[in-house]
Design a protein around this ligand. Structure first.
Ligand code: HXC
Length: 257
């Protein structure tokens, strides 16, 4: 049996493929544990500067595995700390993660895409929070990250009707950073990821941290966090190299320190 999560290395980029095509990449414990350990592996690998999370042409992930969870009782979910236990590793990763979404990103699939730092979509991508049709609600951040990404009106529309949104609508309302033809999604996402991975890793991490701060703090506190991080960047060898290289009209060679 092929593994339900596949790890590939493309130069400085770590690629994680969810691989349960028979179930539209429905997310079970094996997949979530696999994503978690792949992320841990790429985080520990100093040669990796950016991570891409993807599925296949038909599905990024069609949500939590309904067959696996349908008989859960409250105590099963509470005692096992369902979601919190192994779904939130994406959130704690300090290296940037791009979700490359083709096909369905529904329920938990849409939610793990939103846990990533940005979403690149194929033209055939479809996003939705259809949990309401199953008699439950989004449990991995859908009711919280969607309004922050696309505003209250669209978030309410998606969560309360369970309808799907295509890639064009998703880009228009700010859920998606870029759209590509479906057969070019991985190539284009890897190219963007290589660009990110070519920069100074500590600077990349500081920028990710600062942007995420914008969703957790007041503007004044966020600006202070940014300012102090900016000041701190002047302690980096990479800042000296970057600015010197510009003056000397050459490409910088960053050492990630
Ligand atoms: C388990 C799933 C699945 C899922 C699809 N499959 N989605 N199995 N969990 N989430 C399986 C089907 O049972 C079927 O298996 C096979 O994949 C193909 O699916 P079909 O329905 O036959 O295909 P199609 O008619 O093309 O429709 C595709 C689809 C539909 C639109 C993606 O499958 C669908 O609506 N899936 C459920 C989407 C959903 O409700 N997601 C939210 C889940 S709850 P067989 O064996 O029959 O071939 C959730 C909670 C989040 O995510 C809370 C935090 C985790």
């Amino acid at each position: 049996m092929s593994p339900s999560v596949i790890m590939e290395t493309h130069d400085k980029v770590g690629l994680i493929r969810i691989n349960r095509p028979e179930a539209f990449n429905a997310l079970n414990d094996e997949v979530m544990d696999g994503i978690g350990s792949a992320l841990a592996g790429f985080e520990a690998d100093e040669a990796i500067g950016c991570i891409v999370l993807t599925g296949n042409d038909k599905a990024f992930a069609a949500g939590a595995d309904i067959a696996a969870i349908k008989d859960f009782g409250y105590m099963d979910t509470y005692k096992a700390d369902f979601i919190t236990r192994n779904w939130e590793r994406i959130k704690t990763c300090r290296k940037p993660i791009i979700a490359a979404v083709a096909g369905y990103a529904l329920g938990g699939g849409c939610e793990i895409a939103m846990m990533c730092d940005m979403i690149f979509a194929a033209e055939n991508a479809k996003f939705g929070q259809p949990e309401i049709k199953l008699g439950t609600l989004p449990g991995a951040g859908g009711t919280q990250r969607l309004p922050r990404a696309i505003g209250k009106a669209k978030a309410m529309d998606l969560c309360l009707t369970g309808r799907m949104m295509d890639a064009v609508e998703a880009e228009r309302c700010g859920l998606v950073a870029r759209i590509f033809p479906t057969d070019r999604l991985i190539e284009e996402t890897l190219a963007a990821a290589q660009t990110i991975a070519s920069y100074s890793q500590p600077v990349v991490m500081m920028i990710k941290e600062a942007v995420n701060r914008a969703f957790e703090t007041s503007l004044t506190e966020g600006l202070l966090f940014e300012r102090r991080s900016f000041h701190a960047s002047f302690a980096l060898e990479d800042q000296k190299e970057g600015m010197t290289a510009f003056i000397e009209k050459r490409k910088p060679v960053f050492k990630n320190r």
